[in-house]
Design a protein around this ligand. Structure first.
Ligand code: FAD
Length: 230
């Protein structure tokens, strides 16, 4: 596995603590949605991040900044506080959170920055215009933690018959666009029926509770795929 240099070329704050970071690379690489890149941070070690998009020589990542007092251990701080043109050593994409090649509609459920691999899959598959439906359930605690709402809206306008999304907050009030409650309560037969595959990306305990809820709604394990970050 070769080490390559990524140069930070753009930084956009999506929320108080989540950043969209663009990195340029000296060479073009192949990328499959669902893969991640690993930064080798000198005194911290390796930190992996899912790739949202890769265009020509530029990769787009979304990284949440974890302060030390909230359990962070420098990796995300170094990356989120970096300046434009800072360079980082990294190992090019690996990972197996890749979709099957079945021609089926798919439901994606994720939260926070666990949205990244799911959204990457959605973008790649919608572009194929294969007629299947791709539905996203994006859950966070507070409305202030939601991001990419303009992108979801644009995607819905571009693919009105194949892209669907639901926004869920567990600790804020509902409004005309956003549901309120735990994601497991939001998932109902109406929301989950009619999909051939289900993709989850989350912490292990949350994956288990969503998987259990899906099973209660007659979704079987063989159709559920997941990536556990930590
Ligand atoms: C395959 C893979 C892909 C990843 N993709 C992303 C990504 O796209 N965006 C992103 O922001 N992070 C992602 N992460 C997490 C990332 O690698 C780091 O763990 C994170 O940035 C925190 O780094 P740290 O050095 O502060 O602490 P670490 O020592 O890496 O982690 C500190 C603590 O924070 C917890 N933690 C780490 N990330 C999260 C999270 N997102 N939500 C809740 N708890 C978390 C860990 O369990 C650990 O207890 C990914 C991890 C893996 C394994």
């Amino acid at each position: 596995m070769g080490i390559i240099i990524a140069t930070l070329s753009k930084k956009i704050a999506l929320t108080d603590d989540v950043f969209e970071l663009h990195y340029t690379f000296p060479e073009k690489k192949d990328f499959i949605a669902g893969q991640f890149i690993t930064f080798i941070l000198s005194w911290v070690g390796g930190r992996s991040y899912s790739i949202l998009e890769f265009n020509e020589h530029e990769a787009i990542l979304i990284i949440k900044r974890w302060p030390l007092e909230n359990g962070g251990r420098w990796g995300s701080i170094i990356l989120c506080d970096a300046k434009i043109w800072d360079e980082f050593k990294c190992v090019w994409p690996v990972g197996h959170f890749i979709l099957t090649d079945k021609k089926v509609s798919r439901l994606f459920i994720g939260t926070g920055t666990w949205l990244v691999p799911l959204y990457s899959h959605i973008l790649q598959w919608l572009a194929l215009e294969d007629g299947n439906k791709y539905q996203l359930v994006f859950w966070v605690r507070y409305k202030k933690d939601l991001y990419y709402l303009d992108k979801f809206k644009e995607l819905k306008q571009k693919y009105p018959d194949t892209f669907y999304y639901h926004l869920v907050v567990s600790r804020d009030e509902a409004d005309w666009l956003i549901h309120s409650g735990y994601v497991t309560d939001f998932l109902s037969e109406k929301v989950v029926h009619d999909f051939g595959e289900y993709y989850l990306c989350w912490a292990p305990a949350m994956i288990e509770s969503v998987e259990k809820k899906l099973n209660e709604l007659w979704v079987w394990d063989e159709n559920i795929y997941f990536e556990k970050y930590v």
